[in-house]
Design a protein around this ligand. Structure first.
Ligand code: CTP
Length: 418
């Protein structure tokens, strides 16, 4: 579906996190979507109708008896391209699971045939209650996407699972679902490790050799995996300031060798390992213990830094798997940022790279000319160990992440069947 000028319904139910819906509405309107806000009566205790009308530019009502001549309780749902409810309270989940149509929001969801995404927010006890979990399972079995709530500070002093993910994260995930990608629980109980960001190799206490990697693609992979039910660990070198995905553990590292040590410790427990990090191939042989000063240059005014090769983490993981230290069932995925040249294409280089590294899949991005680094979109192709190539068309980093994980899940299934 065209990802612009869609009719997006933002449902808001009555929880304190209703204030975050304002940013969500903004996110969609700024992307060019026509937004209709449908709050519950309880939601209006937290945010006023005028705020929702001003932000969306559309009238707001809660009852099926407002503007009866327009048959709103049917038309809003029929015309929607996407319905997102944030926050979705335990009560709203229960009403939707029961097929109720006792207010405009519930009626709209019952009518809608477009993708429906519910972002729960409630206290941990309510989220973990078997009644809520049964409702969530029912909703998911009917094809409705129920996002995993984030862990963190709830209303008052308590913390735990039940926080609403940030509006930007909800919008990114809703766009993935509306583009036809699944956020169903296909990775339930799987352990997924994603490395991301660019390593920094110290020259002296204030300088380092780094690269332009933003870490966005790795974070998007981690986020999609987490919402497909996986337990996710991110090993992050330097990244832009990014929001950690709900429920994922983030371990920060600096250098390639630090990353290797953390990854190798965790690897035996993982079902899927994705090396999305931009790992520096070289590091200074010696790290100066004090700041390098001008005036100590050698020959011709040049200062030389002797570089030595860093360990290849990805290749090392494949070797550990061959040696039996990592399960044969663990899928290992690499990334490659390639440019074609006069002699060889990016695909030629990708083929050579997957053969050299021995991983199961390699996601290849063409870089250069302002492509990929730090951009919201990505594209490229996936190549497997047999040389099969799958195009990954241009899409948000979350959409690309969903397609990469589809391929990994297929591979895992094929391995299990053989
Ligand atoms: N990688 C790694 N350890 C390194 C370098 C790279 O694990 N020391 C991983 C990256 O995380 C990525 C893949 O290997 O998943 C390919 O990275 P790339 O830099 O393209 O590979 P190189 O082996 O460095 O190849 P090149 O000579 O083209 O730079």
């Amino acid at each position: 579906m065209d990802q612009k000028n869609r009719n997006v319904v933002v449902g808001v139910s009555g929880g304190i996190a209703a204030y975050k819906a304002c940013h969500l509405i903004r996110n969609f309107t700024e992307a060019g979507d026509n937004v209709k806000v449908v709050p519950t009566e309880a939601a209006l205790n937290f945010v006023g109708k005028a705020t929702f009308e001003a932000l969306s530019g559309n009238p707001v009502s809660t009852s099926v008896f407002d503007a009866v001549d327009e048959v709103r309780h049917v038309h809003i749902g029929q015309n929607a391209d996407l319905v997102v409810v944030a926050p979705a309270t335990a009560d709203l989940l229960a009403r939707v699971a029961a097929g109720r149509a006792d207010d405009l929001l519930a009626a709209t969801i019952l009518v809608a045939t477009c993708p429906v995404v519910l972002a729960p927010a409630m206290h941990t006890e309510m989220w973990e209650n078997p009644a809520t979990q049964a409702n969530v399972a029912t909703l998911r079995s009917r094809g409705i996407t129920v996002l995993a709530p984030a862990h963190g500070r709830l209303t008052g002093k308590d913390t735990g699972a039940g926080r609403l993910p940030e509006p930007e994260q909800i919008a990114d995930l809703a766009r993935v679902v509306s583009a036809g990608e699944s956020l169903q629980q296909s990775l339930a109980d799987k352990r997924v490790l994603v490395t991301t960001g660019g390593t920094r190799e110290a020259i002296d206490p204030v300088r380092f050799i780094g690269n332009h990697s933003s870490g966005r693609q790795g974070y998007a992979l981690a986020e999609i995996a987490a919402h497909r039910g996986a337990r996710v660990t991110i090993v992050a070198a330097a990244t832009e300031k990014l929001l950690p995905p709900s429920g994922a553990e983030v371990i920060s590292v600096r250098s390639a060798r630090e990353m290797q040590s953390v990854v190798c410790d965790l690897a035996p427990d993982m079902d899927i390992i994705v090396m999305a990090a931009a790992v520096a191939d070289f590091r200074p042989e010696e790290v100066a213990t004090t700041k390098m000063k001008k005036g100590h240059e050698t020959e011709g005014g040049l200062r030389h830094i002797q570089l030595v090769e860093n360990p290849d983490i990805l290749k090392g993981l494949v070797e550990l798997r061959e040696a039996g230290d990592i399960s044969l069932a663990t899928s290992i995925v690499g990334f490659a940022a390639e440019t074609g040249d006069d002699q060889y294409s990016a695909l030629d280089y990708a083929r050579a790279k997957i053969a050299k590294k021995g991983c199961d899949l390699l996601m290849c991005n063409e870089v250069g000319d302002d492509k990929v680094f730090g951009k919201p979109e990505n594209e490229g192709f996936l190549i497997d160990a047999l040389g099969n190539v799958t195009e990954i068309p241009v899409g948000t980093k979350h959409q690309v992440a969903a397609r990469i994980l589809d391929a990994v899940e297929k591979l895992t299934l094929d391995t299990a069947l053989n």
